[in-house]
Design a protein around this ligand. Sequence first.
Ligand code: GAL
Length: 744
Amino acid sequence: MRKVLNFNAGWVFSEGFDAEAANTLRDGETVRLPHTAVELPFNYFDETCYQRAFTYQKLIAKEESFSGKRVTLVFDAAMADSVVYLNGTEIAAHKDGYTPFEVEIGSHLQDGDNLLTVKIDGSENPEIPPFGNVIDYLTFAGIYRDVWLKITTPVAIDNVKIETPDALSARKTVTADVFLTEATAGTLRAKLSDADGKEIATAEAAASGTKTRLSIEGLEGLELWDIDSPTLYTLSVTLQTEAGTDAFSSRFGFRTVSFAADGFRLNDRPLKLRGLNRHQSWPYLGYAMGRRGQEKDADILKYELACNVARTSHYPQSKYFLDRCDEIGLLVFEEIPGWQHIGGEAWKLESIENVRRMITRDWNHPSIIIWGVRINESADDHDFYAETNRLAHELDATRQTGGVRCIENSELLEDVYTMNDFVLGDEEQPGRNEARRSTRSQKQVTGLSKNVPYMITEYNGHMYPTKRFDQESRQAEHVTRHLQMMNAIAGDPDIVGGTGWCMFDYNTHHDFGSGDRICYHGVMDMHREPKFAAYAYASQGDPDKGVVLQPVTFWARGERNIGGVLPLIILTNCDYIELAVGDSAPKRVEPDRTTYPHLAHPPVILDTTNVSAEEFGDWGRQWFDGTLTGYIEGKPVKTMKLSGNPIPTTMEIAPDATALRAGEKDCVRVILRALDQCGNVMAFFDEPVSLSLEGDGRIVGPEITSFRGGSAGLYVEAGDAAGTLTLTARCPAFADGTVTFTIS
Ligand code: GAL
């Protein structure tokens, strides 16, 4: 049977590269993958510092067990322009920084130790997508995903494409196109099992050529994959040849997806898509986040932000993110690498190959509903995009294509017209907000005489950058824009849904962002701490899955111009709320269904039409505590106390998990929050905090940091040894805080 062994440990990392390097083990730092070549500060860095060559080396001993086998290395991704040498000889090269590549090493291995050298180059080589012009994100550098040592029979299963042609029938079929590394005589067997590993059915066929179809029909009693019940099955395929047995397995789901002019359907059921764009970057680590952080982002999108879809802007993302989307039922729009710029012929050929690599890597994920086969926001290019679309359809006849653009009347070669519509706010002037447009009509955008499947793939973002610690009134406007867009999209039957820009703030080039190398476009900050706008999304979720009650205020008399907290937006999925100021009688206020008729859960808005300006209003009176209560079916379901006199009371330490895995650089987020006596984050608390860690592990990022707007984020990375790790945080305003992690 095949062995796929983790090959992440024991790489020697060094700066630069020269011809000598391929022959000699250089001095360097011993590192484990995933690895970022340069750990950046949080902001205000020089992004050219990683835009150069780096060397990763590792000794690999030829083992007895390799004899008569096919031995390869699988790089899940390396940024970028990788060249692989074995004992000084170049054996492979792969330009793209987002897709995997497999390198045959067995035939090159000599007895004893062999020197494996990988040169990667973080410079923005204009021959490789997305490079060649400016880009609003960073690509970082390094072997930032896993590497695997794969040992198989000489002829092996290269890939399997699983399809479910009649997923909605009571009696279902599953087909598997099995691709072999080369033609061979042999027998292919497929076994279908459920999530518990219980065998359901099998099929068998003789291998023929390099591609053979296996089919299992008449399957009864199987469940569909859906967003609320993401049932997964596993198809395991074996290839029996004279040289032994090879095996490959993949999860998949039974489901159908379709984009039509009248909407998106999952399993034939109309579903309005509501989601956000996601980059794959983290503070300090850049792209080099392992499994835990990737999975967490999917969980945040689904469970904290109540999204049903995410767009992997602007490249294929980690398989751990996609696997998690499969497991939890989060739909995905995946696209090829690129940003506005189309390069020359060689560049385009590389981009076309990216379509192939993305689709053949990811075709079995039920969560993926569409392939993005245009360079994000690029100009029309008939021949190029005719080819990306042709190839996508040839490789995968079950999914439609989209191509994200921002220009009107662009040529529709895709199945879905996917548009970044930034019209909201582009004509904003004081006093005109009520009349402002949210979206263009699809016919205005497409210039076509009939409706086509149409999705809004970005909105907001650079039109209204907002920091988590920005002034309350700015944040109220930020929230309003997200609500307004969600409402407009929900109410327009010609739009299948939308993904807002974007999930969280991200490091970027100096050409973009706020000058500090951060684009503050997220509904969360870089550590995925929510801004108020995050609750605009969260509040659209079903209260059964979590009651949301979030006023868009820091609850102070003098934070806003002139003073007071009106108009006060309360983001909630409750039926109505009551708000009491001090000891006065609570005011009951209903959601604003007039302004937001299409939202499942419109916000409650308090202003002088429904509450007295005296209590909530402007300058020059005493200020009091507030008590906010949300009601569902007449019963109080959530209460929030708002302190009118906040003082630092508790430092909350919130790790995403405390049970970590040894020996895989398991990296967990920890958020520190400065809380007042009501347990609310103190929005302008910016004091320093020092961090220390005992045990085998490390703190990613600085050990002295500061709260930013009441919270501080950090990552703790487990080392190789089992045991415990204790993190201590010291901030003068609070008692010391500790958290203990167990590593096993
Ligand atoms: C879009 C682009 C995104 C991001 C966004 C900011 O034009 O596709 O990557 O830059 O603007 O709003």
